[in-house]
Design a protein around this ligand. Structure first.
Ligand code: ADP
Ligand code: MG
Length: 353
C-alpha cells in the first residue's frame, strides 16, 4: 500500500443524534456528532459525566438506535443492524466474569456459545490470554486474581472474538490509581500489538492524553474538538476544552482587551505564567494581584492570584522560586503574548446540570 492510498475508515459517524423521552421531557444525549475514526487508532471519547460518551458507544455497538444520522463500519452502513451483525466488541467497566469458571474457560466461553470447535477454541483463548499477559494464570478462578488481572481477563474475552473494533467504556474506572496507571501502559501496549481499533471512553483527561492517538472532547452531547493529545492540550479551540483538559486560565473578553488589546476570550496555561520580580519584557503581559492560595505539588507549586477585575489566575512555578511568595502578599505575574490563545467561548462548566 502506498502511503497516501485511501483507506476506508474503521468508523464513521454522520450527523448522529440520540434523544430520550419526548416533548418537554426530551433529553438530547447526543447532538449532531460527525466523526471519523481510522483503522488501528487508539481513539478516546473524553468528556464529563453526562456528556453523551456512553450513548455514542452504545450506538456504535448497536445497543441503541440513533434518532437521526448514520453509523458506518468499514464503509458499510450498519445503522439499522443488530449488535451481532457488527464486527465490534465491548468491554464494560463492571466486567462480570463467571466465578465458577477458570480464567481460560471464561475467555473460551463466547466461542463455545458460537459453537467454535474445541481445538480452535482452546488455541484462540490461549492467544488472547497471551496478548493480555495472563498465560500463566489460565487455571485460576477469578477470585484468585487482582483487580487489574480481572480487567485483563475481560479484555481477553473480547479479543478472543477478533473484532475489528473494540469499544471500551471507562474500563479502568474501578481500579485504584496506581493500578490504573499500570493498566494504562499495558492497555496501550496491547492495542499496539493486536492492531485493533480501540474506542476508549473516559472522563479522565490524563488518561486520554497519555493513551490516545486522537481524542474527541464531548460537552453536552456535542464534540467541541477533535485532535491529537498535543493539539488538544496546546491549542484548545474552546474555553470548555481549555478548562476541561488540563488546567487553564480562561480570560474574559474584557480582561483580554485590557491586558492584550484583543476583545476575545483567551486561554493561557498556568505553567506559562512566571513571577515577575523586576521588569517584564515587551513581549510579555503582566498583571498584579494578591496571592490567595499556595499549593505545594512537589517540584512545582501552584499559586492562586486574585486580580483587580475580580477573577483569579493560576500560576504553576518551580517550588525553588517561591522566595517572598506568601498568602495575602502582592505578586506580579507575566506570560508571553504567544502563550495566550483565542478560544471560542463555550460553556466552561460542562457536565450534568
Ligand atoms: P456519559 O457516558 O458521557 O456520562 P451518557 O451517554 O450516559 O453520558 O448520557 C448522556 C445523557 O443522556 C445524560 O443526560 C443521561 O442522563 C441521558 N441518558 C442516557 N441514557 C438514557 C436513557 N436510557 N434514558 C434517558 N436518558 C438517558
Ligand atoms: Mg458513561
Amino acid at each position: 500500500m502506498t502511503p497516501d492510498a485511501p483507506t476506508t475508515p474503521a468508523i464513521q459517524l454522520v450527523g448522529l443524534r440520540k434523544s430520550f423521552g419526548a416533548g418537554e421531557h426530551e433529553v438530547v444525549a447526543v447532538d449532531s456528532v460527525d466523526l471519523t475514526i481510522d483503522n488501528g487508532e487508539f481513539f478516546s471519547l473524553l468528556g464529563p459525566s453526562g456528556s453523551g460518551k456512553t450513548t455514542v458507544l452504545r450506538m456504535i455497538a448497536g445497543f441503541e438506535t440513533p434518532t437521526a444520522g448514520a453509523i458506518l463500519l468499514e464503509g458499510q452502513d450498519v445503522t439499522r443492524k443488530p449488535p451481532y451483525e457488527r464486527d465490534v466488541n465491548t468491554v464494560f467497566q463492571d466486567y462480570a466474569l463467571f466465578p465458577h469458571l477458570t480464567v481460560h474457560q471464561n475467555v473460551e466461553y463466547g466461542l463455545k456459545v458460537k459453537r467454535v470447535p474445541k481445538g480452535e477454541r482452546r488455541q484462540r483463548a490461549g492467544e488472547a490470554l497471551e496478548a493480555v499477559r495472563l498465560s500463566a494464570l489460565g487455571h485460576r478462578k477469578p477470585s484468585q486474581l487482582s483487580g487489574g488481572q480481572r480487567q485483563r481477563v475481560a479484555l481477553a474475552r473480547a479479543l478472543v472474538n477478533r473484532p475489528k473494533v473494540l469499544l471500551l467504556d471507562e474500563p479502568l474506572g474501578a481500579l485504584d490509581l496506581k493500578l490504573r496507571e499500570e493498566m494504562q501502559v499495558e492497555l496501550k501496549a496491547i492495542q499496539r500489538e493486536v492492531g485493533i481499533t480501540f474506542v476508549f471512553v473516559t472522563h479522565d483527561q490524563g488518561e486520554a492524553l497519555s493513551m490516545s492517538n486522537r481524542i474527541a472532547v464531548f460537552n453536552h452531547g456535542r464534540i467541541e474538538q477533535v485532535g491529537t493529545p498535543h493539539q488538544i492540550y496546546d491549542h484548545p479551540e474552546t474555553s470548555f476544552v481549555a478548562g476541561f483538559v488540563g488546567t487553564s486560565n480562561v480570560l474574559s473578553a474584557e480582561l483580554s482587551f485590557q491586558l492584550m488589546g484583543v476583545a476575545k476570550v483567551h486561554s493561557v496555561r498556568p505553567e506559562r505564567l512566571r513571577i515577575v520580580r523586576e521588569v517584564a519584557s515587551d513581549s510579555e503581559v503582566t498583571v498584579s494581584g494578591l496571592v490567595t492560595d499556595l499549593q505545594y505539588l512537589g517540584a512545582d507549586s501552584r499559586i492562586r492570584v486574585a486580580i483587580p477585575d475580580g477573577s483569579h489566575l493560576l500560576a504553576n512555578v518551580p517550588s525553588d522560586g517561591l522566595v517572598g511568595v506568601a498568602i495575602g502578599e502582592p505578586l506580579r505575574v507575566a506570560w508571553s503574548r504567544y502563550a495566550a490563545f483565542v478560544v471560542a467561548d463555550t460553556n466552561t462548566e460542562g457536565g450534568e446540570e
